[in-house]
Design a protein around this ligand. Structure first.
Ligand code: TUI
Length: 311
């Protein structure tokens, strides 16, 4: 069971969100019985050390560190994760093979996020502790497959607990994830609206206001697909992608844009990464309440039972 592996009460992991999920949000989720996760994103080691120090003051429960493998600081961040013996490392946006042994030698549990069956199988051979299968409904960097296909495909291919991610925001999604064979869920976007989430108010407002078609993927052609909310920056990025601009040109244009959105609240040139479910979440609540509502399984379960019995 994933709760036993991670030493947590509920099978809910808060998704690592760069410049959004800091020690404040992560501690609130861990204190409520889930696994709170500090995102490293593109931040330097000094930021990561500071956040680890903070979370240790805020909780004595296990927490995770999300290591983003495309970060220019990935080597120093990976080393800090080892030195600080963080309870759980979750990796994203690449292949973490070269770091796994060092982390595990210090007792850290390692859970890579994968977007394909091939990477999931490679990770299993390297001895990771569980796998997060993240579908394209998720915010930020995404793969090709969606959750409905990716999760059962990974569940069938490997013999480790699989955590479903991408598009999960309430108890219906949690129940659906279990139906697909997952042992737990990772939830990102909904936790942006947690009271304890310190992201700029404009970011929360963007998520609250988002309609169904306001979340789309830019950069599919250039090989850096990222799901974001509609604004002047994302519209321009979509245009550049269609116009066949190079990865370098797009990278130069969008450098620092997630920081501008999350920390400065820059509505025009910020990158507001969020999942498709931004259109389904609109309430600011304590993280503990969010966890409670994710786990309120009896209502969707009763509805499902009724539907099955009517067959
Ligand atoms: O990592 C994420 N989502 C992210 S990271 C991020 S920060 C960022 N900032 C600027 C540009 C790009 C990103 C924002 N959102 N999710 C986990 C995830 N990992 N989703 C998909 C993958 C993935 C994709 C391909 C993991 C491995 C992979 O394999 C590559 C390989 O080497 O096989």
């Amino acid at each position: 069971m994933i709760q036993e592996i991670l030493n947590i009460q509920y099978p809910v992991i808060q998704g690592g969100m760069a410049w959004i999920s800091d020690a404040s949000l992560a501690a609130a989720v861990s204190n409520a019985g889930g696994l709170g996760v500090i995102a490293c994103g593109n931040a330097p080691g000094s930021y990561v050390r500071e956040q680890i120090k903070k979370i240790r003051e805020l909780t004595d429960k296990p927490y995770g560190l999300n290591v983003m493998l495309l970060s220019p600081y990935v080597e120093e961040v990976a080393l800090i994760a080892t030195e600080e013996k963080v309870p759980v490392v979750i990796t994203g946006a690449g292949d973490p093979s070269r770091f796994i042994k060092a982390w595990q030698s210090n007792g850290t549990k390692v859970i890579p996020v994968v977007a394909s069956v091939a990477l999931a199988k490679r990770m299993v051979r390297l001895g990771v502790d569980a796998i997060i299968a993240e579908g394209g409904e998720a915010g930020g960097h995404v793969g090709e497959l969606n959750t409905m296909t990716l999760v059962p495909a990974v569940v069938d291919a490997i013999d480790l607990p699989v955590i479903a991610a991408g598009g999960i925001f309430d108890a219906r999604g949690v129940l659906a994830s279990f139906a697909l064979g997952a042992s737990g869920v990772q939830v990102g976007t909904r936790f942006i609206l947690a009271e304890e989430c310190t992201v700029h108010e404009n970011y929360k407002k963007k998520v609250i206001k988002a309609k169904d078609i306001d979340s789309f993927v830019t950069g599919r052609n250039t090989g850096h697909p990222v799901r974001v909310l509609r604004n002047p920056l994302s519209k321009e990025l979509k245009k550049m992608d269609h116009a066949g601009k190079t990865a370098e040109e797009i990278e130069a244009f969008s450098a620092g844009s997630l920081y501008r959105a999350a920390i400065e609240g820059d509505l025009k040139t910020g990158s507001f990464m969020a999942g498709q479910c931004a259109c389904m979440v609109d309430e600011i609540e304590p993280a503990a309440k969010i966890l409670e509502s994710l786990l309120a399984l009896s209502e969707p379960f009763a509805r499902l039972k009724q539907q099955v019995e009517a067959l």
